[in-house]
Design a protein around this ligand. Sequence first.
Ligand code: UD1
Length: 359
Amino acid sequence: MAKRVLVSGGAGYIGSHVTVELIGAGYEVVVADNMSNCDMTCFEGVKKITGRDDIPFYQIDCCDYEAVTRLFDEQGIDAVIHFAAFKAVGESVAEPIMYYRNNLVSFLNILEAAKNHGGCNVLFSSSATVYGEAEDLPVTEQTPRLPATSPYGNTKQMCEDILRDVVLATAGFGGAGDSDAGVAAGGQGPVKGIALRYFNPIGAHPSALIGELPRGVPNNLVPFITQTAIGKRECLSIFGNDYPTEDGTCLRDYIDIVDLAKAHVAAVSRMIDGRMKEGYEIFNVGTGRPVSVHELVTAFEKVNGLKLNYKFAPRRPGDVVAIWADTSLANEELGWKAERSVEDTLASAWAWEKYLAGK
Ligand code: UD1
């Protein structure tokens, strides 16, 4: 029987692409989302792309433990991919209580339900933000994490540690159906975990039916670029051109959203098929190639044959100069590699923006 994966935050940008790839790989998917930061556009897109009108959808808040545990009771979950979190760095600085409460409580609830339902595999969506301004580049999974510079970044670090601790604490519990080990009282079982540290996810599905849908003024670069190109924003500001890089703008590792989604499928099958080497593992998910902000803007113009209105502006507080991934571990252990070119990714981002404009 097909294994069932719960995707919390599955109606959002990354969650919707992951849902498509999981279904394509033969998994059954259950989506949970409280719709606090998205509408049904992407979930409808997922249904169209997959041709599946019957994907179970729970409009619940993962901060509501009763609702989460009911979902587990009803669905029999083999793995969870947890995306349900707030993600705006600036907002987290202004609203730390809201960020800590939402991002920590929802994850704790998922873990508790996972543990209490005979154990489960849990994939946490972490971020390269945990490395901060790393000294040695590219960063490997062994690169020390630096103190977080925002509550958002702190919740990523804390959730990684919580997952590690829960894996350790539950390692001795027998799994469901593991009668020799004896499932602990209340049907508890071991939690296994993988944290994927994403670099900068960009782009949209080749069908242009799902993509990034920021509310209000985008914080992230690519939605700001596409909204400027379509005329929703007047001018893109490139934050800082006096950084110690070749062209003076920051360097990032932009990872295509479909490639990123495929890394989730690789990680989930590793967990479900029992191929993990440790109960808790971490993988960088990037391309391994640094691209400057100015290069990305120029590539966007070239591939889409348009001129973008942009200017150089002062540095944005909190930005690191440069970060990119060493992806050898993910390449070797997950058998996964980023494949789509940055040009194709930028063309897909533009196609998605035009699709939205025509809706
Ligand atoms: C941020 C978060 C990261 C999160 C990611 C995706 C931090 C420090 N960063 O990454 O954790 O995973 O978003 O949500 O926590 N830029 C401009 N003009 C703009 C917007 C951005 O020049 O209008 C530049 C930025 O200065 C930066 C680059 O583009 O150099 C990428 O910015 P952005 O897309 O916001 O991602 P990060 O800040 O790298």
